[in-house]
Design a protein around this ligand. Structure first.
Ligand code: ADP
Ligand code: MG
Length: 558
C-alpha cells in the first residue's frame, strides 16, 4: 500500500476549508448528497446516449445510514462510481471537479441539473469526521477501490470488494470534545431534518431506515417498534410543475410543509421565467400578520435554491421592504455561487430576479384589488400600513409601484376606495383630492372643516393612521390631481375666498384682537370665515403641515 501526499497547496487549502468555508457544519450532508445525486445523473445521462445501458429509475437511490455503535455515518449511492484514476484525480486534488469536467465533455446545458462545479464540497466531510473512507465501483469496471484519508495528511487507495456499481462514503464521526458535540450527526431525527432542509428536492429518493411504532397486527391497542425504510425527501419540486397540474391545496400544503406560516396563504403566485435569466418561484401573501411582523425580530426574505438545493434560508435581497410580508422561494440555475455555495458571487442575477419578482407581486395585488376585492381588503387590513411606509420612505421610483395599491376610506362610498376610483368619481369642477385627518371616521365626520367640501358634493378621504398623511405628502399628486387637506387655508373652492365685507371686519376688530391676545402662541390669526355652516369656529392650517401632522411631529422625541 502506497501513501500519497497531497500537494502542499492542497494541504493548506484543505485546512482552510475545513475550518472556515462553511457557516454551518451540517452542510457536509448537503454536499455529499449533492455529489451522489450528480453521480446518478451521470448514469442517467450515459443511458440517454448509450443504447447498451438502461436507466430504471427505481434502482437509483441514495441511502443515509447512521451507526451509533461504531460512530459511523454512511452515504451510499447507486451512481456512476469512480475508477482508481478518478478517485485519485477527483478526491486527491482539491478544487478539481469531475462533475464540471463531465458537464463540459458531454456539453450538458439545459435540463441536466448536475450540481457540482467547484471541487471542494466533498472535503466538508472533514468538518464532522476524522476519517473518510470512500468505497467505489465505477460503471463498466470489475474492480472496486477504497480511498481513505484522515484529512491533511494524505490518502491511500487500495483495491477492495464491492458487489454493485456506485459509491459508499463512510464517515468516522469525530469524538465529542469539551466544547463540541458531534453526536447529533448520528441521530436519526437530526439527519432527517437536515435532509429535508437542504436536499428535499433532490430528484432521486434519499432513503433511511427509520424506527416507527406500528399497531400490532394480532393484538389490539398494542404497538411494536419496527424498522422501516423510508424516503425522506419529497423529490419533485412543485415549482417545476406546470401550474395547470397544481391545485390550491397543493400550494397550501407546500406553504405549510415549508413552515412559511401557520395560517393559510391568502394568495399564491407561481412564476416561471425562461428569459435572459431563468428562475422559478412560488410566493405567498399570508392571510394573517406574522406575530412579530412589526417588530425588530422579523426577518424578511425568500428561500433561495440553486438547482433544487437550498442555498439560503432567507435571502433578504430578493424582497423590497414594502413587500417584506411575502413568503416563499426562488429556484434558479443561473446563479453564480461562491465556493461554499452559501452565497452569491455577483448579485447581478439576483437583482434582476428581485426586480422581476417585485413587479409580479405588484401586478398580482392589483388584480386582487380589481377581481377579488374582499381578499384585497383583508390583505390591506394586515399589510396596507407597510405599503404606506414604502411610499413614505422611498423617493421617486416607488410612487409608480405603490400608489395604485393604496386605499383610503371614502366619505361617499363609506368603504375603502383606491385613488384611481376616487379620481374617476371626481366632479368636473373639482380641483383637488380632498382628505381629512382624525382619530376615527366618526370624529372626522364631525369636523367643521369637512362641511364646505362635503356640501359641494366633493368626496373626502379619511386618514386615520399616522402614516397616511406623511405618505400622501410624498406622493403630492395622483394622476396630476393634488392632494388637499380640508383644514388647509385655501381649499380651491369658489366663493370660499370671498372676502368678508369691510363693515363686518370693522365691527369685529376689537373682538378678534382680544381673542388673539388670549390665544397668543396658540394661533397666528383669528378671522371671519365663510367656510363654516353649522359650527361656530374651526381651525385651519396655512402651510405644508396640517393640524394632525403638527400634533404627531410635536409628540416625537427630539
Ligand atoms: P464538486 O461536486 O463541486 O465537483 P466535490 O468536492 O463535491 O466537488 O467532488 C469532487 C468530485 O468527486 C466530483 O466532481 C465527482 O467527480 C467526484 N465525486 C464525489 N462524490 C462522488 C460520488 N458519490 N460518486 C461519484 N463521483 C463522486
Ligand atoms: Mg460536490
Amino acid at each position: 500500500m502506497e501513501t500519497k501526499q497531497f500537494q502542499a497547496e492542497s494541504k493548506r487549502l484543505l485546512e482552510m476549508m475545513i475550518n472556515s468555508i462553511y457557516s454551518q457544519r451540517e452542510v457536509f450532508l448537503r454536499e455529499l448528497i449533492s455529489n451522489s445525486s450528480d453521480a446518478i445523473d451521470k448514469i442517467y445521462y450515459k443511458a440517454l446516449t448509450d443504447d447498451s445501458l438502461t436507466f430504471d429509475k427505481d434502482s437509483y437511490y441514495i441511502k443515509v445510514v447512521p451507526d451509533e455503535r461504531n460512530r459511523t455515518l454512511t452515504i451510499k449511492d447507486t451512481g456512476i462510481g469512480m475508477t482508481k484514476e478518478e478517485l485519485e484525480s477527483n478526491l486527491g486534488v482539491i478544487a478539481k471537479s469531475g462533475s464540471l469536467a463531465f458537464k463540459k465533455e458531454n456539453e450538458i446545458k439545459d435540463g441536466h441539473d448536475i450540481i457540482g462545479q467547484f471541487g471542494v464540497g466533498f472535503y466538508a466531510a472533514f468538518m464532522v469526521a476524522d476519517i473518510v473512507t470512500v468505497i467505489s465501483k465505477a460503471q463498466g469496471s470489475d474492480q472496486a477501490y477504497k480511498w481513505e484519508s484522515r484529512g491533511a495528511d494524505g490518502y491511500t487507495i487500495t483495491p477492495c470488494e464491492k458487489d454493485t456499481v456506485g459509491t459508499d462514503i463512510i464517515l468516522k464521526i469525530k469524538e465529542n470534545t469539551e466544547d463540541e458535540s458531534f453526536d447529533e450527526f448520528l441521530e436519526e431525527y437530526r439527519l432527517k431534518s437536515t435532509i429535508k432542509k437542504y436536499s428535499d428536492f433532490i430528484r432521486y429518493p434519499i432513503k433511511m431506515d427509520v424506527k416507527t411504532r406500528k399497531p400490532k397486527e394480532d393484538a389490539e391497542n398494542e404497538h411494536e417498534e419496527i424498522i422501516e425504510e423510508q424516503t425522506i425527501n419529497s423529490m419533485v419540486p412543485i415549482w417545476r410543475k406546470n401550474k395547470s397540474e397544481l391545485t390550491d391545496e397543493d400550494y397550501e400544503k407546500f406553504y405549510q410543509e415549508k413552515h412559511y406560516g401557520f395560517d393559510k396563504p391568502l394568495k399564491h403566485i407561481h412564476i416561471s421565467v425562461d428569459g435572459s435569466i431563468r428562475y422559478n418561484a412560488i410566493l405567498y401573501i399570508p392571510e394573517n400578520i406574522p406575530f412579530d411582523y412589526y417588530s425588530k425580530e422579523y426577518e424578511k426574505g425568500l428561500e433561495l435554491y440553486s438547482n433544487g438545493v437550498l442555498i439560503m434560508n432567507k435571502c433578504a435581497d430578493l424582497l423590497p421592504d414594502y413587500f417584506s410580508f411575502v413568503k416563499g422561494m426562488v429556484d434558479s440555475e443561473d446563479l453564480s455561487l461562491n465556493i461554499s455555495r452559501e452565497m452569491l458571487q455577483h448579485d447581478r442575477q439576483l437583482k434582476l430576479i428581485a426586480k422581476n419578482i417585485s413587479k409580479k407581486i405588484k401586478n398580482e395585488l392589483q388584480s386582487l384589488m380589481k377581481n377579488e376585492r374582499e381578499k384585497y381588503e383583508q390583505f390591506y387590513k394586515s399589510f396596507g400600513r407597510q405599503l404606506k411606509y414604502g411610499v413614505y420612505s422611498d423617493f421617486g421610483t416607488l410612487k409608480e409601484t405603490l400608489q395604485d395599491l393604496l386605499m383610503f376610506y371614502s366619505s361617499k362610498e363609506k368603504k375603502l376606495s383606491s385613488l384611481d376610483e376616487y379620481v374617476s368619481r371626481m366632479k368636473d369642477d373639482q380641483k383637488y383630492i380632498y382628505y381629512a385627518t382624525g382619530e376615527s371616521h366618526e370624529r372626522i365626520e364631525k369636523l367643521p372643516q369637512t362641511e364646505l367640501v362635503a356640501d359641494k358634493g366633493y368626496e373626502i378621504l379619511y386618514f386615520t393612521e399616522d402614516i397616511d398623511e406623511f405618505a400622501i405628502k410624498m406622493l403630492m399628486t395622483y394622476k396630476e390631481k393634488e392632494f388637499k387637506s380640508v383644514s388647509s387655508g385655501d381649499l380651491g373652492i369658489e366663493n370660499e375666498d370671498e372676502k368678508p365685507s369691510e363693515a363686518e371686519d370693522k365691527e369685529n376688530k376689537e373682538l378678534f384682537s382680544s381673542m388673539k391676545e388670549i390665544l397668543s402662541g396658540k394661533v397666528t390669526d383669528v378671522r371671519i370665515s365663510k367656510r363654516l355652516k353649522s359650527h361656530p369656529v374651526c381651525l385651519t392650517a396655512d402651510g405644508e403641515v396640517t393640524i394632525k401632522m403638527e400634533k404627531i411631529l410635536n409628540s416625537m422625541p427630539d
